[in-house]
Design a binder for this molecule. Sequence first.
Ligand SMILES: [Zn+2]
Length: 441
Amino acid sequence: MTDAPSPLPEGPDAPEPGSLEAEALEHIRALIRIDSVNTGDPATIGDGETRAALYVKERLDEVGYDTVVVEPRAGRASVVARLTGSDPDAGALVAHAHLDVVPVDAEDWTHPPFGAEIHDGILYGRGAVDMKDFAGMLLAIARAFRREGVVPRRDLIFAFFADEEAGGVWGARWMVENRPELFAGATEALSEVGGFSIPLPEDRRAYLVATAEKGVTVATLTARGSAAHGSRPTADNAVVRLAQAVAAVGAHEFPVVRTAALERFLDVYARAGGDIDDLGFSASLIDAGSRNTASPTVLSAGGKINVIPASASATLDVRVVPGQADALREQLAAVVGDDVEVAWAREIPAIEAPAEGRLVDVLQDAVTAEDPDGTVVPYLLPASTDNKHLARLGIRGYGFVPLRVPADFDVFGQFHTADECVPVEALFFGTRVTARILRDA
Ligand SMILES: [Zn+2]
């Protein structure tokens, strides 16, 4: 660990001052230094998202973009700008990042979460991978294309959204519902979560691309029984029934579903020489994407120690593999048994984009140009991104923020943790690969 944070990494691989990579790093660090924490609670959210949006807007305006800023609530701004491509028949590509970040517990951090300090070639700060890294890359690339007269094949719609971390209500969802014209002609989108390398044998790497995302819903379990005095145990105690159901859910493993994304992952990963039993820290990510999951999170029962309540309930955070919504309901009902009712909230549906095609080929070509030993491998993201909102406009979303990292560096493990960090070299790599993608897509 070095003593003082250095402004830029030094050494043979340091980019030229004024280069695209150096500019991207400058924007990434500036954005990390803007505290844009999204607590999800209007009472505690500041104006960080708007300050970040204005940082982006000013730098896009500077090079001549017609930038649109929308701010449906004070402090919750998003930014959109379009660059016209050479092929009027090609659908536009939305390249997007969110400007908000999740909260921090500063005492858990070794380095200041909004300091954007670099130590030993690693950039630390909230948003280092989620996802001010991509926001800064996109901003640098958008500026460079405009400055240098680079005309991409497709129209590029650069979008920087507020509120992703709380469901996009005032960001992507609001934009899709209220300003869909900003995405006119768009057919595909590129954003989180993917693009990072995971190790393959013989010092080669797989770069995961999310081609699908699980759906999200909430199940509420309710057990009922006779209300009674706590001194006289009953056979139908609602708390006991509920606890048994919750324990059964916790012990249950839903079956593996061979979606197109999983089939493609297994196929491409194996052909690249990867061993499915040797996924290391990526195993949980792939596993969570291969089956439905239901996690008990909130329990509610009883109000007084000497009263057996007539009902008890639990909520489950349920994540649904594409095409599995009906099967999951049947499976969960069987797991909890006849004594417990299951009520379902409205589902945010899973999304699924083709795991093969021109865009995936362009991702591979861009990776190959910068890492000849890299193979792009589709996977199913077990979480949600703003791509779900854009999907309502018929836009097929991909998760690919290219980061070439050392074999022992777990990018997915950085999301939402203390000391969130990313190797600076990975950011330079990502900037170069993303520039190729956006030019050729
Ligand atoms: Zn994110």
